[in-house]
Write a protein that binds this ligand. Structure first.
Ligand code: FAD
Ligand code: SF4
Length: 511
């Protein structure tokens, strides 16, 4: 049958079995569309990243004699809508069958199902051959359980896929989890190697995006574009990570620093989420490298990394498919405030937020602890509506695709799911930020003061949050200690805290 196969922008799996089959009757289609660029305001580097990675992928297929139809964003015949483009092609070229890979996003899943129902030709879906788990694997794994604890799922994945195991039974290094050893502050040493840019010129694509009038945020140095957009690039980021960064990955996983955007983080999320590279090959490479360098690298660094990909990443995907579409509307803490304007321009006197947001706007990147304990923490402490928080996270990061963005943002960071992902809210006062970073040293505010004009806003906001959400969290075992500290505060002090927090929440522009 004459077959049309759709490849979405995050389905750039060079290794997919599709490309190993007999190709005579097969045509691939890829589309740059306003449908995908406009559902949220994306960072300019993200739109460039997707378009260039898609173009490179299509070129790669053509060079291997596959037939490819590619819609560029400004092509006249591009209707900018998936359904219209597909239907038009199918009729024009008399395709007899339509095939697609299962999308990772609920929105596209629904749209494709609807499209298929409306076609008068046969259609079939295929696995993306990317993840360790199927969409419903987590749901089946936790069936009948009250809580879906990531740790148990992760251990089982380790066993099932025989990763970092001894005789498929016991964890290498004698422990499943080395998280506690992974909590160091970075104080200028060990040195962080810096040569990891690609320095690509993406001016042509930038101009096309501008011509198409796609609304974006953030900045780009178009002569020096720095993200991997081909499989070769992705592999080089992976090699770079193994050789230069793995050695200290775990130790400094939670560290924050004004001079360092990436610290020892891998920057692999975009390559993984677009499927340029698979989680299995990332884990295999890291473990192979570790086995060859056991005298230098400690197991705790490697386990910390494997946990992120085999544990958190697969877990979040499972939660997404289990909980959608309701997840997208969840707001269990009933938070209704708007996101402060400084999230869009970094114009704030709070040094930690200034740095985390500036990084994000300049690089379409912030590492996990900046996302969780700076921007996420502040949004939650100021009781921001999770819809607003989601929109920001979904737009600003190069790796933001809904299945992994929303579970991290609404779930892990904002506790809007009422505790499905996190057993307690990730909130902290300034003292945690001070412990893990050098932000407070040069801040306008004093991290040691709880109230008063110069006091660190995180301090009053933290106690105010606990106070205002008491009914929800008072029985949470993991928060007992914090509530007993709150209960010891004198009424007068508590009133001052509430007053200061109210001002911060109501007048964000002054901070
Ligand atoms: P590294 O620190 O080097 O980690 C290695 C890899 O592990 C990452 O590339 C990623 O694939 C995976 N990983 C690590 N933590 C997580 C996690 N919590 N969930 C899923 N995978 C994880 N990650 C995204 O890929 N897309 C998002 O849109 C996204 N939004 C987030 C929003 C918030 C509020 C928070 C707190 C986290 C978010 N994360 C998201 C998770 C994590 O912050 C990023 O994956 C990570 O910062 C990417 O940088 P890296 O590749 O250098 O990661
Ligand atoms: Fe952030 Fe407070 Fe430290 Fe300033 S003092 S950097 S606001 S935690």
């Amino acid at each position: 049958l004459k077959t049309l196969r759709l490849i979405l922008g995050d389905q750039l799996n060079y290794q997919h079995s599709w490309f190993k089959e007999e190709q005579e009757n097969i045509t691939y289609v890829m589309m740059e569309m306003h449908q995908e660029t406009d559902y949220v305001v994306h960072h300019i580097q993200k739109v460039i990243g997707f378009f260039s990675a898609m173009r490179n992928f299509s070129k790669h297929l053509e060079e291997r004699d596959h037939q490819v139809i590619y819609f560029k964003i400004n092509d006249d015949h591009n209707t900018q809508d998936l359904e219209k483009n597909l239907k038009h092609l199918i009729t024009k070229d008399n395709f007899e069958k339509f095939e697609f890979q299962l999308p990772d996003e609920y929105r596209l899943d629904e749209q494709l199902n609807k499209i298929c129902k409306g076609l008068d030709i046969e259609s079939e879906s295929f696995d993306t051959e990317h993840f360790f788990t199927r969409r419903d694997e987590l749901e089946n794994y936790f069936k009948g359980k009250k809580q879906m604890v990531m740790e148990y799922f992760y251990r089982d994945m380790r066993k099932k896929h025989d990763i970092l195991m001894v005789n498929t039974k016991d964890p290498q290094g004698g422990k499943w989890n080395f998280d506690k050893s992974n909590r160091k502050k970075w104080k200028g040493t060990p040195e962080i190697p810096h040569e990891r840019g690609f320095r690509k010129n993406v001016i042509d694509i930038l101009e096309e995006i501008q011509k198409a009038e796609i609304k974006t945020m953030g900045t780009v140095n178009a002569e020096n574009y720095n993200w991997p957009t081909s499989r070769e690039d992705a592999l080089s980021v992976l090699n770079y990570f193994c050789k230069n960064l793995l050695l200290h990955f775990g130790d400094f996983q939670d560290a924050l620093h004004t001079d360092e955007t990436y610290l020892f983080h891998s920057r692999l999320s975009f390559s993984l989420n677009t499927k340029l590279i698979s989680p299995r090959e990332v884990i295999d490479s890291v473990i192979d490298y570790y086995h060859d360098h056991k005298e230098e690298i400690d197991i705790s660094q490697v386990e910390g990394f494997v946990r992120q990909i085999l544990g958190w990443r697969e877990y979040m995907r499972g939660i997404y498919w289990k909980e959608m579409p309701g997840y997208k509307r969840s707001n269990k803490l009933d938070n209704q405030n708007t996101l402060p304007a400084f999230y869009w321009n970094a114009d704030t006197k709070m040094n930690c937020l200034h740095h985390a947001i500036k990084n994000s706007l300049e690089n379409a990147y912030a590492h996990h602890i900046q996302r969780l304990m700076i921007t996420g923490n502040y949004a939650l402490l100021t009781e921001t509506n999770p819809d607003e928080v989601d929109k920001w996270y979904l737009g600003i990061y190069i790796d933001a695709i809904e299945w992994v963005e929303i579970t991290n943002t609404r779930g892990m960071s904002q506790f809007a799911d009422g505790g499905i992902v996190a057993t307690k809210p990730y909130v902290s006062s300034g003292s945690y930020i001070n412990k893990m970073s050098n932000y407070c040293k040069d801040c306008h505010y004093n991290v040691n003061q709880k109230t008063g004009e110069n006091s660190c806003p995180f301090n009053s906001l933290y106690w105010n949050f606990l106070d205002s959400k008491r009914e929800i969290f008072r029985d949470n075992q993991r928060m007992k200690m914090m509530y007993s500290l709150l209960d010891k505060k004198a009424a007068e002090e508590l009133e001052e805290i509430r007053e200061r927090a109210r001002t911060i929440i109501q007048q964000p522009a002054d901070f």
